[in-house]
Design a protein around this ligand. Structure first.
Ligand SMILES: Cc1cc2nc3c(=O)[nH]c(=O)nc-3n(C[C@H](O)[C@H](O)[C@H](O)COP(=O)(O)OP(=O)(O)OC[C@H]3O[C@@H](n4cnc5c(N)ncnc54)[C@H](O)[C@@H]3O)c2cc1C
Length: 468
């Protein structure tokens, strides 16, 4: 079998035979499909990654089968890329050097549901996990808006925040992830258990420094959630209401997002339900707290356009309100206009409307603000994931510079390099663990510019690998 990626010289037929009895996928169309994630959100990443494919997919069902895959790959020095639901949007799960893709979705057992924790295999689908927890009156404190497709291992490796972060903090905040078990990429894979401060050595490391097999996560009581959309005359008015909601000491909101009025014009699924031309606040509120919530919104002159529980949502065949938040906002807009893209900007504490007005005045009419409120280290901050009408790469970076000049730093979602995107700087602790867990540099290595330097690649080689 010839290499699908065109980047490796291994005998992939022999490799697949060695993997037996592990299920493999070698049909080129399917291998190519499983080589993609949502990188196409970015016109820059689309150009860079659309021709990157793996050579073979393995789909282990047990920890022993996963260990066997790693052992075979290590023996052949084959590049390895882990893949859960493939919903990452910086190309985290795209194999840039070809090689073996390990699809974890058949390893999805829920091992134990305790009174306030859950122990689960990495490939477990997040919706299935939340549904199982709800039967016990619990739910995940934080989950991504992609829960229907994403795996818990992919979220902890690739994600950082989500629905619930406004109340429960970032994934990295102490207590949210209690334990991570991971295998090393060696001929005889070793299992390492990460607890306490060590958890952030492997969390959000994009699968470059260990293969997560099992996680123990905090759970919180579930609520009878009412999905709400509130509209306002202006974005600053909407933002002011959101700040009060995010900072409320009593209302247990699970989501607090604000969207510029222009963004709503892209939402086909809300046509006729939510009036166009108005800024939107999107949130999830416990049913028992709706009266208090309605009073807060009225005080800010907001109009509640939608307030529905899960039964009504299902009956009306509507999406969850959180499918208009986080990176789903961009996805909904892309369904209408393939020319839009997005950025990721931090509005640090203390959040305030004046800063939004100041930055908005400096931006052009090609940028529409979209803030997600979050708790970070105990403080309320917001992430602006603005929708941008894409024209040129230079304009995208100019917009990031405008934000930065106003004290709002960008993390570049148009890069597939861990040290540039995902709100991260170079983390040498990740790389120290990579040396221990992946001494041959097989795990998703091109995603780290610093690792390429550690490997002794020249500046030109690094540019060729990362610059495209
Ligand atoms: C529409 C949309 C909305 C989104 N909303 C959110 C959001 O609310 N919050 C958020 O944080 N992100 C969000 N994201 C990004 C993404 O959905 C999350 O990071 C997601 O949870 C990833 O899960 P996944 O199973 O799809 O992972 P994948 O995309 O398959 O993988 C993500 C990364 O984890 C690695 N990985 C996967 N499994 C393992 C494993 N077992 N061991 C080691 N590494 C592994 C992969 O190699 C890759 O680097 C969104 C993306 C889209 C497209």
């Amino acid at each position: 079998m010839t290499s699908i990626s065109g980047k490796t010289t291994l005998d992939w037929t022999g490799f697949a035979a060695e993997l037996a009895p592990v299920e493999v996928i070698d049909e080129p169309v399917l291998v190519k499909k499983r080589s993609r994630d949502f990188f196409w959100y970015s016109p820059i990443l689309d150009r860079r990654l659309k021709a990157c494919f793996g050579d073979l997919v393995a789909r282990p069902k047990t920890r022993a089968e996963l260990s066997h895959c790693l052992s075979v790959a290590a023996r052949h020095r084959a590049p390895i890329t882990l893949r859960g639901g493939g919903t990452g949007n910086y190309g985290q799960s795209v194999p840039m050097e070809g090689g073996l893709i390990i699809d974890t979705t058949a390893m999805g057992k829920i091992v134990e549901i305790g009174p306030d924790f859950v122990r689960v295999e990495a490939g477990c689908n997040i919706l299935a996990l939340n549904n199982a927890l709800m039967a016990h009156g619990r739910e995940l404190p934080i989950f991504p808006s992609t829960q229907d497709i994403a795996t818990i291992g992919g979220f902890i490796s690739g994600g950082s925040a989500g629905i619930g972060t406004v109340s429960h903090g970032m994934l990295r905040d102490a207590g949210n992830v209690m334990e991570i078990r991971a295998l090393s990429a060696e001929e005889a894979p070793r299992e390492v258990v990460f607890t306490g401060d060590q958890i952030n050595m492997i969390h959000h490391a994009w699968g470059i420094n260990g293969v997560i097999t099992e996680l123990t996560l905090r759970t919180v009581p579930t609520e009878d959630w009412i999905g709400c959309i509130v509209t306002f005359d202006s974005y600053p008015a909407c933002h002011g209401a959101a700040i009060d909601l995010a900072q409320s000491e009593t209302i247990r909101r699970k989501l607090c997002s604000t969207l510029d009025a222009q963004i709503g014009t892209y939402f086909d699924k809300l046509r006729g339900l939510v009036p166009e031309g108005r800024a939107m606040l999107v949130t999830l509120i416990p049913r028992a707290q709706m009266a208090e919530f309605r009073a807060l919104m009225a005080a800010h002159h907001g109009t509640i356009a939608l307030a529905m529980d899960e039964a009504e949502r299902l009956a009306r065949k509507l999406p969850h309100v959180f499918e208009f938040s986080y990176n789903h906002t961009t996805l909904q807009a892309l369904k209408t206009d393939r020319k839009v893209t997005y950025l990721q900007i931090l509005f640090p504490a203390p959040v305030n409307v004046a800063k939004v007005i100041e930055v908005q005045a400096a931006l052009g009419d090609d940028v529409f603000m979209h803030h997600e409120f979050a708790r970070m280290g105990g403080q309320v901050v917001s992430f602006d994931l603005p929708l941008v009408k894409y024209t040129t790469d230079a304009r995208l970076y100019e917009i990031m510079d405008i934000y930065a000049a106003h004290g709002c730093p960008a993390s570049d979602p148009h890069s597939c390099i861990i040290e540039e995107g995902g709100m991260k700087k170079a983390d040498y602790r990740h790389l120290a663990w990579k040396k221990r867990m992946d001494p041959m540099g097989l795990l998703n290595s091109p995603k780290s510019r610093e690792w390429a330097r550690v490997r002794g690649m020249t500046a030109e080689e690094i540019e060729a690998l990362h610059g495209g």
